[in-house]
Design a protein around this ligand. Structure first.
Ligand SMILES: Nc1ncnc2c1ncn2[C@@H]1O[C@H](COP(=O)(O)OP(=O)(O)OP(=O)(O)O)[C@@H](O)[C@H]1O
Ligand SMILES: [Mg+2]
Length: 296
């Protein structure tokens, strides 16, 4: 029974849906992007939602890997003390230089903290539980909201995109991410309380834009864990589209057990199950971002 359900859900992972896409808009083909001849400077994208478990880390890994597969040079920043991004990309986060060392200034050069991953073109700066002390340690720093921006400036020219995986909170670390970023991508899980708290998130983004980072843009809302078999999932997505209109990506990520499986393997789904509809959905998201101009 379980196997049947999982298979059915897998088939719905962002593909094989009616002619109109799940957002109700006509389905668009996003073309395979042209190869880049030169790299950088990076556009910095923060993945934010203070609600936990909505797919921020999964999106950071899968989108980063998809863009890397299209030849974009990608740097992923683990900005969550839980270190899930580091684990999901199979890199060590203990006894290695990490983002906390860079934030604190105990190491000055981000190159000393960058690790490569199993995916060509995809690098990472890891994090571990030490980062949880950052909010306390940085509170008296001058320009404490701009520390990450200053760190990333030193490597920005070498990458096409830098993806920041935020922790589920709107504290100083997330404000640092929003201050460093050019764009924000908000993953929303297709379930009842998806929109609860989003007003506060948007308010935080507006405040950062107003006071610290006038160029900050909302790149889009990504519906995740969508299950087209349930009326519930469809209703939630409808509400999200009503609220955010065209800001909702046409690409919708279906619910599938392949994601937790890939996390356990410490491998992006793009490599773990390259032909799986969920991998295809994240490739489509990468192409949609390129078409929208959010990534080179
Ligand atoms: N589309 C999906 N279908 C099924 N499971 C998913 C999907 N996306 C993510 N998951 C699983 O849901 C859990 C939460 O996802 P993820 O860690 O990406 O969320 P998060 O927003 O980063 O969470 P946190 O707020 O704790 O950092 C993980 O176990 C992940 O494997
Ligand atoms: Mg996470």
């Amino acid at each position: 029974m379980t196997a049947t359900r999982d298979t059915a859900a897998d088939e719905l992972a962002g593909l094989d849906l009616p002619v109109n896409g799940p957002t109700g808009r006509p389905r668009t083909e996003f073309p395979i992007p042209a190869t880049l001849r030169e790299h950088g400077p990076a556009r910095i994208i923060a993945l934010c939602n203070q609600k936990g478990g909505v797919g921020k880390t999964t999106t950071a890994i899968s989108l980063g890997a998809s863009l890397a597969e299209y030849g974009r040079r990608v740097l992923a920043i683990d900005f969550d003390p839980q270190g899930a991004l580091s684990a999901g990309l199979g890199v060590s986060s203990h006894d290695v230089n990490n983002i906390y060392d860079l934030m604190l200034g105990t190491i000055k050069d981000p190159h000393d903290a960058i690790q490569t991953t199993s995916m060509p073109n995809l690098d990472i700066i890891p994090a571990n539980i030490d980062l949880s002390a950052a909010e306390v340690h940085l509170v008296n720093e001058v320009a404490r909201e701009q520390i990450l921006a200053r760190v990333l400036r030193k490597v920005s020219d070498e990458y096409d995109v830098i993806i920041i995986d935020c922790q589920p909170s709107l504290g100083l670390l997330t404000v640092n991410a929003l201050t460093a970023a050019h764009g924000v991508l908000i993953p929303l899980e297709c379930e009842f309380f998806a929109l609860r708290g989003v007003a506060l998130l948007v308010e935080t983004i507006d405040k950062v834009k107003d006071r610290l980072n006038p160029a900050l843009e909302l790149d889009g809302i990504l519906a995740t864990m969508y299950d087209s078999r349930t009326l519930h999932s469809r209703e939630v997505l409808e509400r999200v589209v009503e609220t955010f209109g065209d800001k909702v990506f046409e690409t919708v990520i279906g619910r599938t057990v392949k994601f937790p499986d890939a996390s356990v393997a410490g491998t992006p789904i793009i490599q773990f199950a390259p032909e799986h509809p969920a991998a295809q959905a994240y490739r489509q998201l990468a192409r949609e971002l390129i078409v929208r101009g959010a990534v080179a």
